[in-house]
Design a protein around this ligand. Structure first.
Ligand code: SF4
Length: 82
């Protein structure tokens, strides 16, 4: 399941450099996560790095983008070629 950034985002930007997939960018009003690139950090870290560093807990799982662990690993392979 991809993560998303809620309206609580304070636009501090600390999450952006932590993402191993370059899935986070600055949007119009908040930072945003590209669900085609977010793989919950599976294969990289034990927890979602954006959620781990967010000071206002604005990075949360997005129930509209549910994926299995195999799908998340496949996304990692697609993005990184391994
Ligand atoms: Fe990037 Fe991981 Fe956050 Fe997804 S959960 S946006 S892969 S840091």
């Amino acid at each position: 399941m991809a993560y998303k950034i809620t309206e609580d985002c304070a636009t501090c930007g600390v999450c952006e450099p932590e993402c191993p997939n370059q899935a986070i960018s600055e949007g119009t009003e908040t930072y945003v996560i590209d669900p085609d690139r977010c793989n919950e950090c599976v294969g990289f870290h034990d927890e979602a790095q954006c959620a781990a560093v967010c000071p206002v807990d604005a990075c949360v799982p997005d129930p509209e983008h549910r994926e299995s662990r195999d799908q998340l690993l496949a996304k990692k392979s697609r993005l990184h070629g391994d």
